[in-house]
Design a protein around this ligand. Structure first.
Ligand code: ADP
Ligand code: F6P
Length: 321
C-alpha cells in the first residue's frame, strides 16, 4: 500500500475533518502517500485530487463540514461511472481508497471493491442510521445543536404557553428525534419507525399535559415521518385551542465544531481505516460495536439492521407526564 485516496460523500457531518486528518496523519506516520479527493465520487471520476500531508490537515480538527467538500454523484450509481472511478484511481496510482459517508456512499464503496479497487468505508452521517454501527460520526454534535435549539424554543413556548412542533433531520431514521426528545424533555416524539395516531399520540398528550399544569408542549418530529410540521401545528391549534408554532431546524443541524465524542471516534475510525488497508484488507466498514471500533464486511454491514430502542421510546413517554 503506497498511495491511498480519501473522500467524503453524501451529506456532510461534523467530525468528517477529524476523520480525514486521522487518515492523512496515520498515512504520514507509516510513510504512505495520501491523496485528498474533492467532492465525493465526482472527484474520483474526474481526477480532481491532490496530495495531502500532515500539515495540510493542520487546524481542521475543530472545523465543521468537510475540507474535501462533498457531493451526491449520480453518474457513480451507474456501472460505467464506477469503472471510470477505478480507471482514474489507476492513473493516479491509488492502491486503496477510504470513503467517509453514509449507506449510499457505502454502496458505491462496495461497487469499487467489486471492480477491483480496495476500499474501506467509514460511517459519517448525523443520522446515526448505519445498521452495523452503534455510532456514526456527526451524530453527537448534531444532537447538541438540536438540544440547544429546542431548549431555546422551550423558553419561548413556556412564556407564551404554546405548543412547539419541531422538525429534526433523519431521512429514514428517528435516532436524532428520539434522543433529542429524551434530552430536551419532549412531550411527544414522532419517528418513521413507529406509526402513530394523531388524536391518541399527539393531541391527547398535549391536552392531558395542559390539564396537569404544563405550560408548554414540545413535539419533536423526525423528517422521515414525512409530515409537514407547519400543517401539524395548525391542526393542533384548531383542535386544542392551544396556540402552536412550527420550526424546521434544517441544515443548521449539520454544521458546527465537532464535539469531543465526534473528534475522538472520527480519529479512531479514520486511523483504523488506514491500518486495514495496510493489512491488505478491503471491502470493510469501520464501525462501532459494543463501544469498540471494529470492522465488518461492507455487504454484510449494509444488510444489518439496528432497531430504534423501544425502551427509550417508552422512557420518553414515561418522563413526559
Ligand atoms: P449517504 O452516503 O449520506 O447515504 P447518498 O445516499 O446521497 O448519501 O449517497 C452518496 C453518494 O453515494 C451518491 O451520490 C452516489 O454517488 C453514491 N451512491 C449512492 N447509492 C449508490 C449505489 N447504489 N451504487 C453506487 N453508488 C451509490
Ligand atoms: O443523511 C443526512 C441528512 O442530513 C438527512 O438527515 C437529510 O434528510 C438529508 O441529509 C438532507 O440532505 P440535503 O443535503 O440534500 O439537503
Amino acid at each position: 500500500m503506497h498511495t491511498i485516496g480519501v473522500l467524503t460523500s453524501g451529506g456532510d457531518a461534523p467530525g468528517m475533518n477529524a476523520a480525514i486528518r486521522a487518515v492523512v496523519r496515520t498515512g504520514a506516520y507509516h510513510g504512505i502517500r495520501v491523496m485528498g479527493i474533492k467532492r465525493g465520487y465526482n472527484g474520483l471520476i474526474n481526477g480532481d485530487m491532490d496530495d495531502m500531508d500532515a500539515r495540510s490537515v493542520s487546524e481542521t480538527l475543530q472545523k465543521g463540514g468537510t475540507i474535501l467538500q462533498t457531493a451526491r454523484c449520480l453518474e457513480f450509481k451507474e456501472e460505467a461511472g464506477v469503472r471510470k472511478g477505478v480507471e482514474i484511481a489507476k492513473v493516479f496510482g491509488l492502491d486503496g481508497l477510504i470513503v467517509i459517508g453514509g449507506d449510499g456512499s457505502f454502496r458505491g464503496a462496495l461497487d469499487l471493491c467489486r471492480a477491483g479497487l480496495p476500499t474501506v468505508a467509514v460511517p459519517g452521517t448525523i443520522d446515526n442510521d448505519i445498521g452495523c454501527s452503534e455510532y456514526t460520526i456527526g451524530y453527537d454534535t448534531c444532537l447538541n445543536t438540536v438540544q440547544d435549539a429546542v431548549d431555546k424554543l422551550r423558553d419561548t413556548s413556556t412564556s407564551h404557553e404554546r405548543c412547539s412542533v419541531i422538525e429534526v433531520m433523519g431521512r429514514g431514521a428517528g435516532y436524532i428525534a428520539l434522543n433529542a426528545g429524551i434530552a430536551c424533555g419532549a412531550e411527544v416524539v414522532l419517528v418513521p419507525e413507529i406509526p402513530y395516531d394523531f388524536d391518541e399520540d399527539v393531541l391527547r398528550p398535549i391536552l392531558e399535559g395542559k390539564a396537569r399544569g404544563k405550560k408548554h408542549s414540545i413535539i419533536i418530529v423526525a423528517e422521515g415521518v414525512g409530515v409537514s410540521v407547519i400543517e401539524m401545528a395548525k391542526e393542533i391549534q384548531e383542535k386544542t385551542g392551544i396556540e402552536a408554532r412550527a420550526t424546521i431546524l434544517g441544515h443548521v443541524q449539520r454544521g458546527g465544531s465537532p464535539s469531543v465524542r465526534d473528534r475522538v471516534i472520527a480519529s479512531e475510525m479514520g486511523s483504523k481505516a488506514v491500518e486495514l488497508l495496510m493489512e491488505g484488507k478491503s471491502n470493510r466498514i469501520v464501525c462501532m460495536q459494543n463501544s469498540k471500533v471494529v470492522d465488518v464486511d461492507i455487504e454484510e454491514g449494509l444488510q444489518m439492521k439496528k432497531k430504534l430502542s423501544e425502551d427509550i421510546m417508552k422512557l420518553a413517554k414515561k418522563l413526559s407526564v
